[in-house]
Write a protein that binds this ligand. Structure first.
Ligand code: FES
Length: 148
C-alpha cells in the first residue's frame, strides 16, 4: 500500500509498487489529463508535478511517490498555471493537443521557480517536451506572455 497526495487529496494505492505513476493516474484513478507518449521518459507527454517539480510520470514507480505531493493538470490552479493557461489560449498554442498537458505542466513548473525566464532558460526547461506539430515557437511566446 502506497500513500500519497494527489491534487490535495490523500490517496492509498494498492497495486504493485513498481507500477509507473502514470498508469496509477490513468488506469486506477481515471485521471486521463496526463498522457502516455513514449513511456520511456523521452517525450514529456506524461509530465506531472511531484513535490513541485516537473517529473515524467511514466518513469516514476509508485514506490518512489510514497508520501509525495503529486499535482496533475486536473488539479492545477496556481497563479502561474492560470497565467500559462490564459497565454496558451491567447496565442492559440495548441495544434493536435496531445502533448499539451505535459507542455503546460513543464511551463508552469518553470514559472513557479523563475518568474521571468529568458529564451535560453525556456528552451532548457522545455527541451524534454516534444511536440510533433512543432508548436515550439508559440509555446515559447506563450511562456513569455504568461511571465508578464
Ligand atoms: Fe513519459 Fe513520454 S510518456 S516521457
Amino acid at each position: 500500500m502506497i500513500s500519497l497526495t494527489i491534487n490535495g487529496k490523500a490517496q492509498q494505492i494498492n497495486v504493485d509498487p513498481d507500477t509507473p505513476l502514470l498508469w496509477v493516474l490513468r488506469d486506477e484513478l481515471k485521471m486521463t489529463g496526463t498522457k502516455l507518449g513514449c513511456g520511456m521518459a523521452m517525450c514529456g507527454a506524461c509530465t506531472v508535478h511531484m513535490n513541485g517539480s516537473a517529473v515524467r510520470s511514466c518513469s516514476v514507480p509508485l514506490s518512489a511517490a510514497q508520501g509525495a505531493n503529486i499535482q496533475t493538470i486536473e488539479g492545477m490552479n496556481s497563479p502561474a498555471f492560470q497565467a500559462v493557461q490564459q497565454a496558451w489560449r491567447n496565442l492559440d498554442v495548441v495544434q493536435c493537443g496531445y502533448c499539451q498537458s505535459g507542455q503546460i505542466m513543464s511551463a508552469t513548473a518553470l514559472l513557479q521557480t523563475n518568474s521571468k525566464p529568458t529564451d535560453s532558460q525556456i528552451d532548457a526547461a522545455m527541451m524534454g517536451n516534444l511536440c510533433r506539430c512543432a508548436t515550439y515557437h508559440r509555446i515559447r511566446n506563450a511562456i513569455h506572455q504568461a511571465a508578464d
